[in-house]
Design a protein around this ligand. Structure first.
Ligand SMILES: [Zn+2]
Length: 390
């Protein structure tokens, strides 16, 4: 049994802001949150005092391919550990491992490896100081050839409920998000199968018209994958999938807030249209995250990183090297209040994957995934299920 009391200048739960706050952690779980003055230090507990620090829930990333020189498609425990360790040091304490389009065999092999890692991860609960993998986000292969970005054309497939069943079997119940293009033949039954399996259906890498996107939303699609990127462009007489995502209140929207993927005006438009409850900041991070410029792979795709920007041989953007602490600072720099910005990378993504009770919140019973930030929103310490990251 280990018990720690964090005493900080401010805590964001994130829905509430508490001044001079205490967060009591016992065995990797938050036991109490409130004004420090109203809390007793339990016998034998250590108190960590960071009077000028801000405490917030650890970040939850629902779209990330890799970090620290490794890609989740490798599927091997050492690779996944490297990703989980690298992102935890940047404040991401849990994430949904995201595949890229590959052969069905390769996708199944990766999903099996990730599922195996998740099963073992439970045994190590609270001792690792690494981010927790929450499940799998399948980005492909049911994507539009016209909006594929860097996803290899030879492995793109029309939506197929049968192929999805194979992926889900390989994922051993850990398939959480399916990014797909809803205008493709066979999308209807595929959306139905994904929803039946409890997955979040996300519109992405899509050339869908407004009407096609609305039809998919009516069938149960509820999320937009890296909105604006790899989507039919918005026009006032052909507003497309972007028009549908921005104007449908219940649909949530991913944003890659690195300042490269989406420009400031488009970010402001998305924030205004979706509001603080429906924006989800994602990294779309690749193996190059946390690494120097150079050559890396995204799944099986060769990418070159220059000035922190990942591109393939044709010069197309190929994921990012963004970390969510930087995304937070970028959004706050647009004038978004800190508490609102924090929701976009904690409670909102946790809710998207149905884990809002356990992740993305400072509340009794939640995992003790906590970041301490300084006044400039730079990370000071990160706790992943109560354990400090190394
Ligand atoms: Zn993508």
């Amino acid at each position: 049994m280990t018990t720690t009391l964090l005493h900080v200048g401010r805590a964001f739960t994130p829905r509430e802001e508490i001044a001079d706050a205490g967060v009591l952690i016992r065995d990797g779980v938050i036991e109490a949150v409130g004004p420090r003055a109203g809390m007793q230090l339990p016998a034998g507990a250590a108190e960590i005092r960071e009077a000028d620090a801000i405490a917030a829930p650890g970040f939850v990333d629902v779209h990330i391919h890799g970090a620290g020189g490794h890609d989740v498609m490798e599927g091997a425990a050492e690779a996944l550990e490297a990703v989980a360790g690298t992102v935890a040091r940047r404040g991401t304490t849990s994430f949904v491992a995201t595949t890229v389009t590959a052969s069905p065999e390769e996708t199944c092999r990766s999903a099996e490896g990730i599922a195996r890692y998740i099963a073992r991860q439970k045994e190590r609960r609270g001792t690792s100081g690494r981010a927790e993998i929450l499940g799998i986000h399948f980005e492909g292969p049911f994507l539009s050839p016209a909006r594929r970005g860097v996803h290899p054309p030879e492995w793109l497939r029309l939506p197929s409920a049968e192929l999805l069943e194979k992926f889900l079997a390989a994922a051993g119940g850990m398939g959480r998000i399916l990014t797909m293009a809803p205008e493709l033949l066979g999308a209807g039954p595929c959306i139905a199968a994904a929803r039946q399996a409890g997955m979040t259906v996300a519109l992405g890498h899509t050339d869908a018209t407004y009407e096609q996107a609305q039809a998919a939303i009516a069938r149960g699609a509820q999320h937009g994958t890296h909105v604006y990127n790899a989507m039919r462009p918005f026009s006032h007489r052909d507003s497309g999938v972007i028009g549908a995502v921005l104007s449908t209140p219940e649909v949530t929207a991913e944003l890659i807030a690195d300042g490269v993927h989406v420009d400031e005006g488009a970010m402001r438009l998305l924030l205004a249209a979706k509001g603080v409850e429906r924006v989800i900041l994602v990294s779309d991070g690749t193996a190059a995250t946390g690494m120097p410029d150079g050559n890396y792979t995204l799944g099986t795709i060769e990418v070159t990183v220059s000035g922190g920007v990942c591109r393939n041989a044709e010069g197309k953007l190929a994921g990012s090297t963004l970390t969510l602490d930087r995304a937070l600072r970028n959004i706050v720099a647009l004038g978004v209040p800190l508490g609102d910005a924090l929701r976009m990378l904690t409670v909102n993504p946790a809710k998207l994957v149905g884990l809002e009770g356990r992740k993305g919140a400072l509340r009794p019973g939640a995992d003790a995934d906590i970041v301490l930030l300084d006044a400039g929103l730079q990370l000071r310490r990160v706790f992943a299920r109560g354990a400090a990251t190394e």
